[in-house]
Design a protein around this ligand. Structure first.
Ligand code: 5CA
Length: 447
């Protein structure tokens, strides 16, 4: 992408109403614009990151055996009357009437709708287990939308739903999702910790929130430090292997890690050696629930069991805050100059900065580098503006491109360009023809 052809209306001033770094940086770097309270448009740079995150979420969901679908945003109130949540949900639900005066709503979540799809399609335990998910916009009329996309009113969620014949297999489905979330967040370069949590309006008695530790997090958390050091790394996961999944889940959930709602100081102290006790704040990027037959019973989602009698299915639901993750990733990856994208979600792989636009040799070298990176499957953004070097560096730092290639007449005279890491700030000189190779090597070493 050539910057002069791109749509990147960065802001020079720090927006006054943005209280946290991610909100400020998302506005300044022209990732989003607010349309009304808690409702945002995604501009090209932000939309790229959102789509990169979506892609990782999709891949890991499918890998764990979930099937992608797409349900509508507008739902009929009748379904919610069946489950009893139409009245229970309260003012967070945006209620709408259509031209026939029928009650509709903008979905805040989809348990009812997916249960309806399921009950009309599946009749026997032999067709189980099933796991369906979608990535779709939700609306919750939050009383206090704030921190930009972190607590929006309209936001993008991955919500998945599992259907099993009994509790044992439902817990296996739950474990599949828990482990797939560990992989999903690790791929994004995040440490997201599963913590035992309350279930709120979704219901059930077995639930984990995934939290990223950050000072600006909304929940206070209590944890054993050792849980922050766990990594799946290169471990092979076999989603059919119940024992393996159960042991991974045990490894991650045994060290004390809880959100404030369920915090019991005495239990925390008895379960956690003093040297390892830690309190912190966390951003909730995912939440998973096992709620048994709460919806299947109310909505008669039953299948014939092995003995022929009808059994309400055992269900769970599994959410990831896809749009919130964009903010959470920035909270976890920024400095005074701007964003520092992890490679896996970066909007562009590499920034090519031309120090002397219009200089024949510098222009030619930039064009060649652009072609070389593109040809190798990487996406460059080329700062081809007629601007001072300092302004170009500042923009590329602000928007967080993980690597920068600086090209200028003086370097070229010596046969080199400069390759700089956004994260470490370290630079090396490299011959233009070897830039891609060196980049690949450094990128691999850094991740
Ligand atoms: N049906 C269940 C699971 S699919 C559910 O709705 N769970 S939830 O309420 O916990 O939401 C799932 C995730 O969506 C949360 O973990 C959070 O990351 C994200 N989320 C929830 N509310 C908002 C909001 N107002 N703005 C941005 N993200 C949100």
């Amino acid at each position: 992408m050539r910057l002069t052809r791109y749509f990147l209306p960065v802001l020079k001033e720090t927006p006054a109403d943005a209280q946290i770094a991610s909100h400020r940086l998302m506005l300044r770097s022209a990732m989003v614009r607010q349309m009304s309270a808690g409702i945002y448009s995604w501009l090209p740079l932000g939309f790229r990151v959102l789509q990169n995150i979506e892609k990782i979420v999709h891949e890991e969901q499918v890998c764990a055996g979930a099937h992608p679908i797409l349900m509508p945003t507008i739902q009929s109130a009748d379904l919610w009357r069946e489950s009893g949540r139409y009245d229970a949900y309260g003012p967070e639900m945006l209620r709408i009437k259509d031209r026939h005066d029928r009650d509709m709503l903008y979905g805040p979540t989809n348990e009812e709708m997916v249960t309806d799809i399921f009950r009309k399609a599946v009749g026997s335990y032999k067709e189980l287990p099933q796991m369906l998910y979608h990535i779709q916009w939700k609306f919750r009329d939050e009383i206090r939308p704030r921190f930009g996309v972190m607590r929006g009113r309209e936001f993008l969620m991955k919500d998945g739903y599992s259907f099993d014949i009994d509790k044992e297999s439902a817990i296996h489905s739950y474990n599949r999702m828990l482990v797939s979330y560990l992989r999903t967040f690790e791929r994004m370069g995040l440490t997201a910790l599963p913590m035992r949590a309350d279930t709120g309006p979704i219901g059930g008695d077995h639930s984990h929130e995934f939290l990223i530790l950050a000072d600006t997090g909304e929940s206070e958390v209590f944890l054993d430090k050792s849980v922050t050091e766990l990594r799946l790394g290169e471990r092979e996961v076999d989603y059919a292997d119940r024992a393996q999944l159960a042991s991974i889940v045990e490894e991650w959930t045994t060290p004390y890690a809880r959100t404030d709602e369920t915090h019991d100081a005495a239990v925390f102290e008895s379960e956690t050696p003093e040297a390892r006790r830690m309190t912190a704040r966390g951003i909730e990027v995912g939440h998973i629930f096992y709620f048994g037959d709460k919806y299947s019973k109310a909505m008669k989602a039953e299948v014939a069991g092995p003995e022929g009698s009808l059994i309400p299915v055992e269900m769970g639901s599994y959410g990831i805050g896809v749009s919130r993750l964009v903010g959470a990733l920035i909270e976890a990856n920024h400095d005074d100059n701007g964003i520092i994208w992890p490679e896996a979600v970066a909007p562009f792989d590499v920034a090519i900065v031309n120090l002397k636009q219009g200089d024949e040799k510098a222009d030619a070298a930039c064009n060649e580098l652009y072609a070389a990176f593109s040809g190798a499957g990487y996406e460059p953004i080329y700062d081809d503006r007629e601007e001072r070097a300092g302004a170009k560096f500042a923009t590329m730092d602000l928007i967080g491109i993980p690597w920068r290639i600086t090209v200028g007449p003086r370097g070229l005279k010596n046969g080199v360009v400069e390759l700089t890491s956004r994260r470490s700030g370290e630079s090396i000189e490299v011959a233009p023809a070897e830039a891609v190779e060196k980049y690949v090597e450094l990128r691999r070493a850094a991740s």
